[in-house]
Design a protein around this ligand. Sequence first.
Ligand SMILES: [Zn+2]
Ligand SMILES: [Zn+2]
Length: 457
Amino acid sequence: MQHIQSFLTFHRSASSPFVLETQPPYSLSLSLSVAVLLLMLQPQGLNKAFKKREQPFNPAPMAGLNFEATYTDNHDILKIFTDEGVEFLLSSEEKVPVSDCDGKIIGLFFSANWCRPCRAFTPHLVELYEALRKRGENLEIIFISFDRDDDGFKEHFKRMPWLAVPFDVNLHRKFIDRYRVDRIPSFIPLCSDAITVEEDLIGCIEDYGADAFPFTRKRHEELKAIDQRKREEANMEELLGNEGRNFLISVDDRKVPIAELTGKTVGLYFGAYWSPPCCAFTLQLANAYNNLKAAKGDCFEIVLISTDRDLMEFNVNRSSMSWLAVPFEDRTRHDLRRIFGIKGIPALVFIGPDGKVISVNGKFMVSSYGAEAFPFTESRIRDLEAALRKEGEALPPEVVDVKHEHVLKLDMAKAYVCDSCKQQGKFWTFSCDVCDYDLHPSCLEKVNEKLIDNSYT
Ligand SMILES: [Zn+2]
Ligand SMILES: [Zn+2]
């Protein structure tokens, strides 16, 4: 019996930052806390390389530091720079006087090239930075490196369009204390009511990009409320389009107005070409789609929300699909994944003719029942399951097949190949516990009938 594993899980790129235990909270001596931080920041197996670092941090007593202080503007960071004699920061091209940051909204980015979650998160921050700068926001980001050496620092910084504290300036102790940096990556905007790293600002930026600005809790609540409204109201044009686009694309690159989906049952298919389970499911979905189009006409549609890695892959992926797709170069794909809480692919969300979500279990419905599952409601699935139960009740619990030496037991399988007719089967099977033999209930009858015929001749 073949069991099909068909669920891949997304991993939020920065969901596992390197975390410093903060218990007991900041009661360790500073030297210890810095040492612990640096140890905790090491991925396993890299401690040895780290020990080669030539410039160890210079710990000092922590007495007198006020950990309850809140820093809601950039005076404090500028003061740290002044106190430590840091006169300039680095950009990709030149040295920038620290005074250039005066009056700007500053975000501190604590990161290291050796840290995989840091490398994964950095492109999200770059996208946000460039979008906000383009929008004219007065934002500056300052990278504070936790790299081990200058090469690591340079490698990491060359991917960043913002400023950096020069690598040889060792202010880590000050930053760790003042801004309570307990993990990397950490992004700390210097504004009041900012979402903290503990509250997952990193995740919020990955989820919402530039919309997360100005990184406050209030903004985060607003964004979550917008998602909820979109999910509940499911106005197709708002859900699948954006300000600049009110169409989807067909396999032959026609622009199909989203308005044409109004009043239809619509399946949002989250999938990618790189995923074998998606490719397998695409075939099942295509089968159901073609059957439904033939049987029900135009009351049904599928829209691909691709998670392909690039445009070429996306085009290959949809070339095998006769339904519509959200264009690749579009953040809506990412937004839809977030709005419907999609954690793995393939996934299929059904939206009914009234615009309400019918089911987020569309993948199960289609892979189990194909076109039979239409209109993809829970009650339809209950009916199908009841019919299946009834079918099972009419079959004997055990049988003996003349072609097989062992007793066969009635069993339920999602997918199997019948050892008599070599065709695929699903649900009820007569199955052998000893040798993995499967038989369609219908094939068992045929064999018996043949046998009976033979015995009479
Ligand atoms: Zn068979
Ligand atoms: Zn057997």
